[in-house]
Design a protein around this ligand. Structure first.
Ligand code: IPM
Ligand code: MG
Length: 361
Protein backbone atom coordinates (compact mmCIF):
# COMPACT_ATOMS: atom_id res chain seq x y z
CA UNK A 1 0.00 0.00 0.00
CA UNK A 2 1.24 3.45 -0.89
CA UNK A 3 1.34 5.99 1.94
CA UNK A 4 0.29 9.39 0.62
CA UNK A 5 1.31 12.68 2.16
CA UNK A 6 0.58 16.27 1.32
CA UNK A 7 3.58 18.48 1.91
CA UNK A 8 3.53 22.26 1.93
CA UNK A 9 6.78 23.71 0.62
CA UNK A 10 7.81 27.12 1.91
CA UNK A 11 10.93 27.99 -0.06
CA UNK A 12 11.07 31.58 1.14
CA UNK A 13 14.00 33.85 0.33
CA UNK A 14 17.71 33.93 -0.49
CA UNK A 15 19.15 30.47 -1.02
CA UNK A 16 15.76 28.95 -0.06
CA UNK A 17 14.53 28.11 -3.57
CA UNK A 18 17.88 26.54 -4.61
CA UNK A 19 18.14 24.23 -1.64
CA UNK A 20 14.45 23.37 -1.80
CA UNK A 21 14.76 22.39 -5.48
CA UNK A 22 17.46 19.85 -4.60
CA UNK A 23 15.41 18.53 -1.69
CA UNK A 24 12.23 18.01 -3.71
CA UNK A 25 14.17 15.95 -6.24
CA UNK A 26 15.58 13.83 -3.44
CA UNK A 27 12.12 13.30 -1.96
CA UNK A 28 10.73 12.26 -5.33
CA UNK A 29 13.39 9.59 -5.76
CA UNK A 30 12.91 8.30 -2.21
CA UNK A 31 9.15 8.22 -2.76
CA UNK A 32 9.60 5.87 -5.70
CA UNK A 33 11.98 3.67 -3.76
CA UNK A 34 9.86 3.44 -0.61
CA UNK A 35 6.44 3.36 -2.24
CA UNK A 36 5.38 6.74 -0.92
CA UNK A 37 3.42 9.43 -2.66
CA UNK A 38 4.02 13.11 -1.99
CA UNK A 39 1.63 15.79 -3.06
CA UNK A 40 3.73 18.97 -2.99
CA UNK A 41 2.15 22.40 -2.86
CA UNK A 42 4.04 25.65 -2.66
CA UNK A 43 3.09 28.60 -0.51
CA UNK A 44 4.59 32.01 0.19
CA UNK A 45 6.34 33.14 3.35
CA UNK A 46 8.86 35.83 4.25
CA UNK A 47 10.18 38.41 1.80
CA UNK A 48 8.66 36.81 -1.30
CA UNK A 49 5.28 36.89 0.43
CA UNK A 50 5.79 40.56 1.33
CA UNK A 51 6.58 41.39 -2.28
CA UNK A 52 3.57 39.47 -3.60
CA UNK A 53 0.95 40.30 -0.95
CA UNK A 54 2.37 42.88 1.47
CA UNK A 55 2.20 40.30 4.28
CA UNK A 56 5.07 37.98 5.37
CA UNK A 57 2.54 35.27 6.28
CA UNK A 58 -0.56 35.38 4.08
CA UNK A 59 -3.59 33.60 5.53
CA UNK A 60 -3.67 31.21 2.54
CA UNK A 61 -0.23 29.99 3.58
CA UNK A 62 -1.38 29.25 7.13
CA UNK A 63 -4.46 27.44 5.80
CA UNK A 64 -2.44 25.35 3.39
CA UNK A 65 0.05 24.40 6.11
CA UNK A 66 -2.75 23.45 8.51
CA UNK A 67 -4.30 21.17 5.94
CA UNK A 68 -1.14 19.38 4.96
CA UNK A 69 0.56 16.44 6.63
CA UNK A 70 3.85 18.25 6.98
CA UNK A 71 5.55 21.53 6.21
CA UNK A 72 9.03 21.88 4.78
CA UNK A 73 10.52 25.33 5.10
CA UNK A 74 13.80 26.62 3.64
CA UNK A 75 14.74 30.10 4.88
CA UNK A 76 13.42 33.62 5.05
CA UNK A 77 14.83 37.15 5.07
CA UNK A 78 17.17 39.40 3.14
CA UNK A 79 18.66 42.89 3.05
CA UNK A 80 15.78 44.16 0.98
CA UNK A 81 13.25 43.77 3.80
CA UNK A 82 15.53 44.58 6.76
CA UNK A 83 14.26 48.10 7.27
CA UNK A 84 10.53 47.45 7.11
CA UNK A 85 8.45 47.87 10.27
CA UNK A 86 8.46 44.76 12.45
CA UNK A 87 4.98 43.50 11.43
CA UNK A 88 6.10 43.46 7.81
CA UNK A 89 9.46 41.79 8.33
CA UNK A 90 10.12 38.27 6.97
CA UNK A 91 11.03 37.06 10.50
CA UNK A 92 7.53 37.95 11.63
CA UNK A 93 6.21 35.46 9.09
CA UNK A 94 8.42 32.71 10.48
CA UNK A 95 7.44 33.42 14.07
CA UNK A 96 3.81 33.61 12.90
CA UNK A 97 3.78 30.17 11.31
CA UNK A 98 5.46 28.63 14.37
CA UNK A 99 2.75 30.18 16.56
CA UNK A 100 -0.12 29.37 14.18
CA UNK A 101 0.82 25.69 14.08
CA UNK A 102 1.54 25.55 17.82
CA UNK A 103 5.09 24.32 17.23
CA UNK A 104 6.40 24.68 20.75
CA UNK A 105 9.22 22.12 20.53
CA UNK A 106 12.21 22.71 18.31
CA UNK A 107 14.70 19.86 18.02
CA UNK A 108 18.12 20.93 16.76
CA UNK A 109 20.68 18.15 16.54
CA UNK A 110 24.38 19.00 16.34
CA UNK A 111 26.28 15.89 15.42
CA UNK A 112 29.88 15.83 14.29
CA UNK A 113 30.29 13.81 11.14
CA UNK A 114 33.72 12.17 10.97
CA UNK A 115 33.94 13.26 7.32
CA UNK A 116 33.70 16.92 8.34
CA UNK A 117 35.87 16.96 11.41
CA UNK A 118 38.42 19.23 9.71
CA UNK A 119 35.72 21.76 8.86
CA UNK A 120 35.24 22.60 12.54
CA UNK A 121 37.07 25.67 13.82
CA UNK A 122 37.78 23.80 17.05
CA UNK A 123 40.48 21.19 17.63
CA UNK A 124 39.72 17.68 16.49
CA UNK A 125 40.10 16.27 20.04
CA UNK A 126 37.49 18.71 21.30
CA UNK A 127 34.80 18.00 18.74
CA UNK A 128 35.34 14.37 17.80
CA UNK A 129 32.27 12.37 18.82
CA UNK A 130 30.08 15.37 19.68
CA UNK A 131 26.41 14.44 19.47
CA UNK A 132 24.11 17.02 21.03
CA UNK A 133 20.39 17.57 20.75
CA UNK A 134 19.18 21.05 21.63
CA UNK A 135 15.49 21.09 22.56
CA UNK A 136 14.47 24.72 22.24
CA UNK A 137 11.11 26.08 23.39
CA UNK A 138 9.77 27.84 20.31
CA UNK A 139 6.46 29.60 20.89
CA UNK A 140 6.98 31.36 24.21
CA UNK A 141 9.55 33.25 26.23
CA UNK A 142 10.83 36.66 25.30
CA UNK A 143 10.00 36.17 21.63
CA UNK A 144 6.27 36.28 22.30
CA UNK A 145 5.85 37.70 25.85
CA UNK A 146 3.65 40.77 26.41
CA UNK A 147 4.12 43.67 26.76
CA UNK A 148 6.40 44.16 23.79
CA UNK A 149 7.08 47.11 21.58
CA UNK A 150 8.76 50.51 21.47
CA UNK A 151 6.84 52.96 23.63
CA UNK A 152 7.27 56.68 24.25
CA UNK A 153 7.42 57.70 27.91
CA UNK A 154 5.92 60.87 29.39
CA UNK A 155 9.24 62.66 28.99
CA UNK A 156 9.22 61.85 25.29
CA UNK A 157 11.98 59.28 25.58
CA UNK A 158 11.50 55.99 23.76
CA UNK A 159 11.61 52.68 25.63
CA UNK A 160 12.00 49.30 23.97
CA UNK A 161 10.30 46.48 25.84
CA UNK A 162 10.18 42.72 25.57
CA UNK A 163 9.00 40.39 28.29
CA UNK A 164 10.46 37.03 29.13
CA UNK A 165 7.58 34.96 30.40
CA UNK A 166 6.91 31.24 30.87
CA UNK A 167 3.90 29.72 32.49
CA UNK A 168 4.03 26.35 34.24
CA UNK A 169 2.18 24.56 31.46
CA UNK A 170 4.55 25.92 28.82
CA UNK A 171 7.57 24.74 30.79
CA UNK A 172 6.02 21.36 31.53
CA UNK A 173 5.23 20.50 27.93
CA UNK A 174 8.70 21.36 26.61
CA UNK A 175 10.33 19.59 29.57
CA UNK A 176 8.32 16.47 28.74
CA UNK A 177 9.51 16.52 25.13
CA UNK A 178 13.08 16.99 26.38
CA UNK A 179 12.96 14.12 28.89
CA UNK A 180 11.46 11.84 26.26
CA UNK A 181 14.11 12.90 23.75
CA UNK A 182 16.86 12.23 26.30
CA UNK A 183 15.37 8.79 27.02
CA UNK A 184 15.95 7.87 23.38
CA UNK A 185 19.55 9.13 23.55
CA UNK A 186 22.20 8.93 26.28
CA UNK A 187 19.62 9.70 29.01
CA UNK A 188 21.39 12.88 30.14
CA UNK A 189 19.47 16.13 30.14
CA UNK A 190 20.98 19.53 30.88
CA UNK A 191 18.45 22.31 31.48
CA UNK A 192 19.91 25.71 30.66
CA UNK A 193 18.57 28.85 32.34
CA UNK A 194 19.60 32.03 34.12
CA UNK A 195 18.02 31.18 37.47
CA UNK A 196 20.68 33.16 39.38
CA UNK A 197 19.18 36.37 37.96
CA UNK A 198 15.81 35.79 36.29
CA UNK A 199 12.60 34.85 38.09
CA UNK A 200 11.23 33.29 34.94
CA UNK A 201 14.28 31.00 34.97
CA UNK A 202 13.74 30.08 38.61
CA UNK A 203 10.24 28.87 37.77
CA UNK A 204 11.67 27.04 34.75
CA UNK A 205 14.19 25.24 36.95
CA UNK A 206 11.61 24.35 39.63
CA UNK A 207 9.25 22.84 37.06
CA UNK A 208 11.98 20.88 35.27
CA UNK A 209 13.07 19.43 38.63
CA UNK A 210 9.45 18.51 39.42
CA UNK A 211 9.05 16.85 36.03
CA UNK A 212 12.25 14.84 36.55
CA UNK A 213 10.45 12.74 39.19
CA UNK A 214 8.58 11.12 36.31
CA UNK A 215 11.81 10.29 34.49
CA UNK A 216 14.09 8.66 37.05
CA UNK A 217 16.11 7.02 34.26
CA UNK A 218 17.24 10.42 32.94
CA UNK A 219 20.10 12.21 34.69
CA UNK A 220 19.14 15.88 35.03
CA UNK A 221 21.65 18.70 35.46
CA UNK A 222 21.26 22.48 35.32
CA UNK A 223 23.55 25.11 33.88
CA UNK A 224 23.44 28.88 33.63
CA UNK A 225 23.31 30.04 30.06
CA UNK A 226 26.58 32.00 30.15
CA UNK A 227 28.40 28.95 31.44
CA UNK A 228 26.63 26.75 28.89
CA UNK A 229 27.91 28.97 26.07
CA UNK A 230 31.42 28.59 27.44
CA UNK A 231 31.14 24.83 28.04
CA UNK A 232 29.86 24.28 24.51
CA UNK A 233 33.15 25.50 23.09
CA UNK A 234 35.33 24.24 25.96
CA UNK A 235 34.10 20.67 26.26
CA UNK A 236 31.05 20.00 24.10
CA UNK A 237 31.21 16.24 24.65
CA UNK A 238 29.80 16.67 28.16
CA UNK A 239 26.37 17.38 26.62
CA UNK A 240 23.80 14.91 25.42
CA UNK A 241 20.38 16.61 25.41
CA UNK A 242 19.95 20.30 26.27
CA UNK A 243 16.58 21.88 27.05
CA UNK A 244 16.19 25.63 27.16
CA UNK A 245 13.91 28.57 26.45
CA UNK A 246 13.37 30.32 23.16
CA UNK A 247 16.09 33.00 23.25
CA UNK A 248 18.79 30.93 24.94
CA UNK A 249 17.99 28.09 22.54
CA UNK A 250 18.31 30.39 19.55
CA UNK A 251 21.79 31.41 20.62
CA UNK A 252 23.08 28.08 21.91
CA UNK A 253 21.83 26.15 18.89
CA UNK A 254 23.89 28.38 16.60
CA UNK A 255 26.96 27.81 18.77
CA UNK A 256 26.33 24.04 18.89
CA UNK A 257 25.80 24.04 15.14
CA UNK A 258 29.17 25.61 14.50
CA UNK A 259 30.96 22.86 16.44
CA UNK A 260 30.11 20.64 13.52
CA UNK A 261 31.99 22.85 11.09
CA UNK A 262 29.09 24.36 9.23
CA UNK A 263 25.64 25.48 10.05
CA UNK A 264 24.97 24.44 6.45
CA UNK A 265 24.69 20.82 7.56
CA UNK A 266 22.11 21.05 10.33
CA UNK A 267 18.42 20.29 10.11
CA UNK A 268 15.71 20.96 12.67
CA UNK A 269 12.25 19.75 13.53
CA UNK A 270 9.52 21.88 15.08
CA UNK A 271 6.70 19.91 16.61
CA UNK A 272 3.42 20.68 18.34
CA UNK A 273 0.97 18.44 20.08
CA UNK A 274 -0.59 17.26 16.86
CA UNK A 275 0.35 17.31 13.20
CA UNK A 276 1.66 18.90 11.04
CA UNK A 277 5.23 19.55 12.12
CA UNK A 278 7.52 21.99 10.38
CA UNK A 279 11.01 21.06 9.28
CA UNK A 280 13.68 23.58 8.40
CA UNK A 281 17.44 23.96 8.32
CA UNK A 282 19.02 25.81 11.25
CA UNK A 283 20.78 28.21 8.89
CA UNK A 284 19.24 31.33 7.39
CA UNK A 285 18.66 32.59 3.86
CA UNK A 286 22.31 33.60 3.20
CA UNK A 287 21.42 36.51 0.88
CA UNK A 288 25.13 37.11 0.18
CA UNK A 289 25.39 33.88 -1.83
CA UNK A 290 21.79 33.55 -3.04
CA UNK A 291 21.34 32.59 -6.69
CA UNK A 292 25.03 31.83 -7.17
CA UNK A 293 24.85 28.04 -6.92
CA UNK A 294 27.12 28.17 -3.86
CA UNK A 295 24.67 27.11 -1.16
CA UNK A 296 24.95 23.85 0.73
CA UNK A 297 21.59 22.08 0.32
CA UNK A 298 22.40 19.29 2.78
CA UNK A 299 20.77 20.84 5.87
CA UNK A 300 17.59 21.19 3.85
CA UNK A 301 17.84 17.62 2.58
CA UNK A 302 18.46 16.40 6.15
CA UNK A 303 15.44 18.44 7.30
CA UNK A 304 13.39 16.41 4.83
CA UNK A 305 14.83 13.28 6.46
CA UNK A 306 13.76 14.62 9.87
CA UNK A 307 10.32 15.24 8.39
CA UNK A 308 10.12 11.62 7.30
CA UNK A 309 11.32 10.36 10.68
CA UNK A 310 9.56 12.64 13.17
CA UNK A 311 6.66 14.04 11.16
CA UNK A 312 5.52 11.19 8.94
CA UNK A 313 6.90 8.17 10.75
CA UNK A 314 8.71 6.87 7.67
CA UNK A 315 12.09 5.91 9.17
CA UNK A 316 13.18 3.73 6.24
CA UNK A 317 12.95 6.65 3.84
CA UNK A 318 14.67 8.91 6.39
CA UNK A 319 17.54 6.46 6.74
CA UNK A 320 17.97 6.26 2.99
CA UNK A 321 18.41 10.02 2.72
CA UNK A 322 20.76 10.25 5.68
CA UNK A 323 22.97 7.44 4.39
CA UNK A 324 23.10 8.99 0.94
CA UNK A 325 24.27 12.31 2.42
CA UNK A 326 27.05 10.54 4.32
CA UNK A 327 28.05 8.67 1.18
CA UNK A 328 28.34 11.90 -0.81
CA UNK A 329 30.65 13.25 1.89
CA UNK A 330 32.62 9.99 1.91
CA UNK A 331 33.12 10.42 -1.81
CA UNK A 332 34.77 13.76 -1.03
CA UNK A 333 32.30 16.22 -2.54
CA UNK A 334 31.98 19.51 -0.67
CA UNK A 335 30.25 22.84 -1.06
CA UNK A 336 32.32 25.91 -0.10
CA UNK A 337 31.16 26.09 3.52
CA UNK A 338 32.50 22.60 4.33
CA UNK A 339 35.43 22.54 1.92
CA UNK A 340 38.70 21.09 3.15
CA UNK A 341 41.97 20.05 1.58
CA UNK A 342 41.87 17.21 -0.90
CA UNK A 343 38.11 17.41 -1.39
CA UNK A 344 36.23 18.15 -4.58
CA UNK A 345 34.50 21.56 -4.58
CA UNK A 346 31.00 21.51 -6.05
CA UNK A 347 27.99 23.82 -6.23
CA UNK A 348 24.49 23.42 -4.88
CA UNK A 349 23.05 21.83 -8.02
CA UNK A 350 26.03 19.52 -8.52
CA UNK A 351 26.01 18.14 -5.00
CA UNK A 352 22.27 17.60 -5.49
CA UNK A 353 22.88 15.59 -8.64
CA UNK A 354 25.56 13.50 -6.98
CA UNK A 355 23.17 12.84 -4.12
CA UNK A 356 20.53 11.60 -6.57
CA UNK A 357 23.05 9.31 -8.25
CA UNK A 358 24.08 7.87 -4.90
CA UNK A 359 20.45 7.35 -3.90
CA UNK A 360 19.76 5.51 -7.14
CA UNK A 361 22.91 3.41 -7.12
C1 IPM B 1 16.17 30.65 14.03
C2 IPM B 1 16.24 32.05 13.52
C3 IPM B 1 14.93 32.75 13.85
C4 IPM B 1 14.77 32.77 15.33
C5 IPM B 1 14.79 34.16 13.26
C6 IPM B 1 15.05 34.20 11.78
C7 IPM B 1 13.43 34.74 13.57
O1 IPM B 1 17.34 32.70 14.05
O2 IPM B 1 15.30 29.88 13.57
O3 IPM B 1 16.99 30.28 14.86
O4 IPM B 1 15.31 33.65 16.01
O5 IPM B 1 14.10 31.87 15.86
MG1 MG C 1 18.61 31.45 15.20
Amino acid sequence: MTNKYSITLLSGDGIGPEIMAVTVKVLKVVAQQCDLEFDFQEALIGGVAIDATGNPLPSETVEMCRQSDSVLLAAIGGYKWDNLPREQRPETGLLGIRAALGLFANLRPATILPQLIDASSLKKEVVEGVDIMVVRELTGGIYFGQPKGIFTTETGEKRGVNTMVYSESEIDRIARVAFETAQKRQKRLCSVDKANVLDVSQLWRDRVIKMSEEYPDVELTHMYVDNAAMQLVRNPKQFDTIVTGNLFGDILSDAAAMLTGSIGMLPSASLGSDRPGLFEPVHGSAPDIAGQNKANPLAQVLSAAMMLRYGLNEPVAANKIESAVLKVLDLGYRTGDIMSEGCQPVGCREIGEILLEVLQS
